[in-house]
Unconditional design. Sequence first.
Lengths: 316, 316
Amino acid sequence: MKCSYCNREAVYYQRYSGKHLCRKHFTDFFEKKIRTVVKKYKMIETGDRIAIALSGGKDSTTLTKVLLELYGDRRDLEFLAITIDEGIEGYREKTLKIAKEITRSVGIEHYIASFEDNFSAKLDEIVKVGEKLPCSYCGVFRKYLLNKSARELSANKLATAHNLDDESQTILMNFINADIDRLARLIPQRDQEGLIRRIKPFMELYEKEIVTYGFLKGYPMIFDECPYSYFPVRAFVRDFIYELERKYPGRKISILRSLEKLAESLRITNPQIELSKCKICNEPTSQDLCQACKLVNELENKISIEHNEKLSLIKI
Amino acid sequence: MKCSYCNREAVYYQRYSGKHLCRKHFTDFFEKKIRTVVKKYKMIETGDRIAIALSGGKDSTTLTKVLLELYGDRRDLEFLAITIDEGIEGYREKTLKIAKEITRSVGIEHYIASFEDNFSAKLDEIVKVGEKLPCSYCGVFRKYLLNKSARELSANKLATAHNLDDESQTILMNFINADIDRLARLIPQRDQEGLIRRIKPFMELYEKEIVTYGFLKGYPMIFDECPYSYFPVRAFVRDFIYELERKYPGRKISILRSLEKLAESLRITNPQIELSKCKICNEPTSQDLCQACKLVNELENKISIEHNEKLSLIKI
């Protein structure tokens, strides 16, 4: 099949646009989409020091590479990478290795924050005694460490590799569950003290597009799924959206547009809560204690978990 | 299985509440739910003259019966029924017969407005030449005749039998399609000249509950589907919600709650458009011509369809 724009062989069929794209035109499309989204949401601005949440999986690897490719030459910007080591044997080692290779290849600072150094327990230990699902602990601790690390490293933005598939699933899940508060938190928020603004340059790109771009560029692509990953509702919604998109291409984007159109109203009904500081660790929270400290409290009698006062970050 | 409230045999298992209900407690639940919803949205108020849109199918038959059962004794209220005869051979005759039986049994006025008398063409003829899907014509003409008839008959409310299944499908479809304007139109609107306020007393009741109630009461229940019915997207969304509800009971209600939670802000961001009058037929519309007149114009060269100036209503 020929490219819809030139005479070259197509490498990608973009179902929702009906376009066949060759390597050059696919790459152009992909990079232009990032530039457009970055501009639209003012994700990258002069003077920014941007921390990239780099797990070493396919999406964050591609994010790191492409951000440096597109914006790495700008002298008014700084980039660094943060990797969270949750302590998952047989899983994280592989991606950690890739993550190191990636930051070395693009030449940016790279820091690792581990659950073990910062909460005195690996996820492998936590899940043995915790009564919640593994993701409930991991999600809270990972976000906590990413935000705290980015701040301590003087970053003012935190880039994550969430893509259109992730976003449309999250939006639809929250809508179905009538969780309008969570829905509201997905729209761009004003800056609050202690909270590093998160940016998602991939939010309008299909997972398939990211994977294709990564392959075309020859990036190391790891597809392993976390052994603890268990999201039954999300999986159900994901399958529905997958079928929906297959039958009616473009639905993932239109779910995202729904949220955008609702953004203004959500700002009225669900104004951002003024954050205070956690009474234990001083991190920003809407309650007395932050979620991480609550979980640490819950777990500390069961294992010798504790919240290390000083953030432990390893520069590699 | 015993009823969760008494010693009688259960006739219905309400999955989302985990309750088994006997005939009495199911009936109590059903009628109480209607009273609650009617009160919550001020659907029925002193002095109302309520036109019931009665097709003669299972839902509208049950609606007519139960509204008269619950509110028929109130001397400050009046009820009447309107049936639209679209002109669908082999389908509408059956339900028309039931509709007549029902209004006779509850003793209310009953009017029939037909496509043939009011647009000089049956749906069977329209679909032969029309380029749109049958439902596109039928939906517009039916709503048009219901509103106009209700108004000419001095009704101030129009009750339809839309249930929770219908509502949750419509809400989710609009959300997925990023059609926030249509989503906004699902929330209760302020009255506008010429437009009869529509009320949906079944909006929080599952289709299954309506059918069960109808059976228990011995109402004539027709399940026939219109031969022209073709809603591929809706069917797809319906199947998804069905599976979702099966796995995570209560989701239909929570989709409805999502819209309710958004209602206040949607009123601000998507205010109701001021209606004007159709330049041809004087019926309320947001544009120069109403949808019905546009469709009539589109069809009139192909068949001898016309918009009869005077509404033709047959009292039976």
